[in-house]
Ligand binder design. Sequence first.
Ligand SMILES: [Fe+2]
Ligand SMILES: [Fe+2]
Length: 354
Amino acid sequence: MDATESIATADEATQRARATSLLAPRFYKTDFQAMDRFDFAPLRSEWDTLLAEFERDVNRSHFERDEQFKDEVQALPPELKQEFVDFLISSVTAEFSGCVLYHDIKQNVQNPDMRALMGYMTRDESRHAGFINRCLRDFDLGVDLPALKKTKDYTFFRPKFIYYATYLSEKIGYARYIMIYRQLQKHPEKCFHPIFRWFEMWCNDEFRHGEAFALMMRSEPKLLRGHNKLWIRFFLLAVFATMYVRDHMRPTLSKAMGFDPTDYDMRVLHITSEITKQVFPLTLDLDHPAFRAGLDRLFRIADRQRTLKKQGGVVAGIKRVGLTAAAVATFVRMYLLPTQSNAAPEQIRLAPAW
Ligand SMILES: [Fe+2]
Ligand SMILES: [Fe+2]
């Protein structure tokens, strides 16, 4: 089931959330014993500050609906509704993926600092997933989260891959939400659903989660050196390209918020790239003409794939194989573009200042 098929029932919503594809959010397992051995000592004072922030729980009462919420939920034109529902399902899956992973880590380690950290992040992600799912339930399209936990495929990632991937998805999540919030603050007439009013405080949670992974990586400098730089480059490109393609598949949603998807995505990527300088030794050259052309090409290939998938049949199947090869070749070419190197700043922590 792909993003263009409209979702009519809660079962279909759960099915969409469960589907495994290159573009859909995944669920993860990791090496819990390795996570348990993580040493908090080298950055003790940074960790104490961060854990105290988590404990203060400034968003404790944020994820409750206000009086106006219900009145602001309006009927949407069918195409916009379909893309918005797709956005909500993909978002609830991503939020719940964090919730499940952090909870699993907490349950499987003894280290009290790691348990506390994962407990706080589970708390936040469960609020986020719950809030989105309530919005889906308004349309009678709530995802069955317990069933999803049981039946979705899990991808095993070594802890370092969890750090690279989760760090990036937390920070890009921050950048996406804050950009939407700022845009709708400027153009309140485009705020077609009340959920967007929650995004400002919400994205600060994501920013803080990202800070935790930044500290983890900065505690183990070998994760940021040598051949690991190749992995970092891979994850940067994979996360950035996935977002670009996925957003371009929802043109009506962008338009309703008053965004051009390319402009929105490039701004999100620039913010994210700037943030990652706190930890990653390199950034991608986002303005390189071949990089921009590559992103567009990946989207065009994915769009064509989607059409062929709907057509079905042997010929379409063969064409899809060819397109997959073209996508891989494009990805490799983009991967090989020059990067900009970056020295680790002494001050690791950043404030969500965008
Ligand atoms: Fe979240
Ligand atoms: Fe998060």
